[in-house]
Design a protein around this ligand. Structure first.
Ligand code: KG4
Ligand code: ZN
Length: 330
């Protein structure tokens, strides 16, 4: 089964072609990061315009690289949400036009299901499994008892982890997106700054707005005293605290639900500090971390999720399929 997939929920225009949910024939990602950098974050209006400019070219390149005919494609999968509405609409409409004109069935896919299923490109999933979703917009602990069955154990009560990373980076002038820069600097510092307790007791929920404000206040106070901020130490302190809470709650969920597998998903799954801690602390179940290129937004993950969604539900969408900025996975 050959799936052509489309992702445009934020600032990456991406089209991928995947055979049988595993064999990535092409995965073209056109990133707008360099354009949004100048503004310190994604500007929605600019993002939609860039998607419009790029989408046809990205489709063509994905088809060329995969070397498949349009008539070989069995299913079109597209991110229907959540995300920036203007951005989503470009991908959804391009996917619908392609599916309609070539008489191919279409399915709308949840963006987070895509991030989760990026892992299936590394290994076969074994159930029950726990997935820690850590992205720019989401922080969730998900239990899966079988394919395409998602049960949310907990989520962030306020900011997403990626948002907190980007804010910390911005506070000390590290540029956008800040997550990868904070991650890199954290390895050159020591976690010597005291951070607040963000454990929220024995729940599976998270909260990152407190630590974010703490970092902002700390930097402000240090500046007022005309002292130097040790940025590597600040990054190390922040990273140590947030990764500790993510891994500790994941371990508790693995034990409580007798999971056979643990995996991480989303942009922050690229975080080396998080990967290191998982490697050190989670040894009694099989662990998957997605390949770096499948951590941040890409269409390949949507193709894999679309494939499994279709196998499980046998349902397709019609031409009324629309983008939606806020839809729940579960
Ligand atoms: O999943 P994603 O590409 O977009 C959303 O669906 O939200 O995630 C983007 C987020 C950004 O906040 C970015 O700073 C963060 O992932 N990120 C990282 C790292 N790489 C990307 N955060 C921490 N460490 C990293 N290495
Ligand atoms: Zn994403």
């Amino acid at each position: 089964m050959i799936v052509l997939s489309v992702e445009s929920s934020c600032d990456e225009t991406s089209v991928s072609i995947i055979k049988d949910g595993i064999n990535v024939l092409s995965n073209v990602v056109l990133s707008q990061i360099d354009i949004h950098k100048a503004y310190g974050g994604v500007v929605p209006e600019i993002a939609s315009r860039e998607h419009i400019k790029g989408i046809t070219m990205v489709f063509e390149e994905a088809l060329n690289i995969a070397n498949v005919e349009k008539s070989d494609i069995d299913l079109v999968a597209v991110t229907k949400g959540p995300g920036l509405i203007g951005s989503l609409l470009i991908g959804v409409n391009a996917a619908k036009a392609f599916a309609f004109s070539n008489d191919i069935a279409i399915v709308g896919v949840h963006h987070i299901a895509g991030h989760i299923y990026a892992n299936a490109l590394s290994k076969d999933l074994v159930f029950p499994l726990i997935c820690l979703v850590v992205s720019g917009g989401h922080t969730e602990l998900i239990l899966m008892r079988e394919h395409y069955d998602f049960f949310k154990l907990g989520e962030t009560m306020d900011d997403a982890i990626g948002e907190a990373y980007d804010k910390v980076a911005r506070t000390v002038g590290l540029g956008y997106p800040g997550g990868p820069i904070v991650d890199k600097l954290a390895f050159t510092g020591e976690p010597l700054y005291k951070m607040p307790d963000i454990s929220l007791g024995n729940t599976y929920n998270f909260s990152f707005s407190g630590i974010k404000s703490h970092v902002i206040n700390l930097v402000h106070n240090i500046k007022q005293r005309n002292e130097e901020i040790n940025i590597p130490n600040l990054c190390a302190s922040f990273q140590e605290t947030v990764t500790e809470v993510l891994v500790t709650k994941s371990i508790r969920a693995i034990e409580e639900y007798d999971a056979k597998m643990f995996m991480i998903a989303g942009g922050v799954a690229a975080n080396k500090g998080l990967r290191k801690k998982i490697d050190e602390r989670i040894n009694n179940v099989e662990v998957i971390v997605p390949e770096f290129k499948y951590c941040t937004d890409n269409a390949a993950m949507i193709g894999v999720a679309g494939y499994y969604q279709y196998l499980k539900t046998k349902k397709t969408d019609n031409m009324e399929l629309n983008g939606s900025s806020r839809i729940k996975l579960v």
